[in-house]
Design a protein around this ligand. Structure first.
Ligand code: ATP
Ligand code: MG
Length: 223
């Protein structure tokens, strides 16, 4: 559990400078979203393909009975191939259903034809909702992020949806954020409600395990 930002550590290629104040989240989100928007579609798809292969090769993922994943939208690294591959090889895959209050429910992915348009341009399962606690039964949780820092702190798009969902996930469960190469940073602004991730998957670097993994004995939740 990491409740304070830090300016120490190295983070791979061309990370922006440290941002400590929670108010810095908005500015950092704008910068990261701008960089994603500037990427050609071909680079996004290639990144998704590489991330797919890295994640599929993880032993924890290969052994997972249930994977909580997400269906990418917009400029996110493409997860559609990964979701399909997980389902095809026999994992039980659940995807989020965005609720009106920003919280997440979950429903089964049963192939590409099992999705329907949801809010904010999302494609969501048309299967019945299984309850917000469904994520607590996942063996692996794959989460979106705009950036993660070397301490495992995650910056999302600002709804707080994954902070709520991850608070229900046991501290031993691998929570993996899917990023582009330049999105593992020395620090991101962090607040007490922010839930850390244990690893990131990046196209050019594979899987990077973060210190949050070493504090697995500590419960998740507020600091
Ligand atoms: N457990 C919670 N219950 C209610 N509101 C919450 C909870 N966790 C976070 N929030 C709220 O969500 C808002 C956005 O949080 P934050 O900026 O951390 O989003 P994010 O982590 O970037 O988004 P996301 O998790 O959706 O990708 C904050 O105003 C925060 O108070
Ligand atoms: Mg957060």
């Amino acid at each position: 559990m990491h409740c304070m930002p830090s300016s120490t550590g190295s983070a791979g290629p061309s990370a922006p400078g440290p941002e400590h104040a929670p108010a810095g989240k908005a500015a950092l989100r704008r910068r990261l979203a701008g960089a994603r928007a500037a990427m050609p579609d071909t680079a996004r798809h290639e990144a998704g393909r590489l991330i797919r292969d890295h994640v599929l090769q993880m032993p924890e993922v290969a052994a997972a009975g249930t994977v909580a994943a997400y269906y990418s939208v917009g400029t996110e690294p493409d997860t559609r191939g990964l979701v399909f591959a997980l389902w095809k090889r026999g994992s039980y895959v659940v995807l989020p259903l965005l609720l009106g209050d920003g919280d997440l429910d979950w429903a089964s992915y049963e192939g590409p034809g099992s999705l329907a348009p949801g809010p904010h341009g999302l494609l969501q399962p048309a299967e019945p909702a299984r309850g917000a606690q469904t994520v607590a039964r996942a063996d692996v949780v794959l989460v979106p992020a705009l950036a993660v820092d070397v301490h495992g702190n995650r910056l999302g798009r600002g709804g707080g949806s994954y902070d709520r969902a991850l608070a229900r996930v046991g501290s031993q469960v691998p929570v993996i954020a899917l990023l582009y190469d330049r999105e593992l940073l020395p620090s991101v602004p962090v607040m007490p409600h922010d839930q850390p991730v244990r690893a990131v998957a990046r196209p050019g670097y594979g899987i990077t395990t973060l210190p949050a993994a070493e504090s697995a004995a500590q419960p998740r939740g507020y600091c």
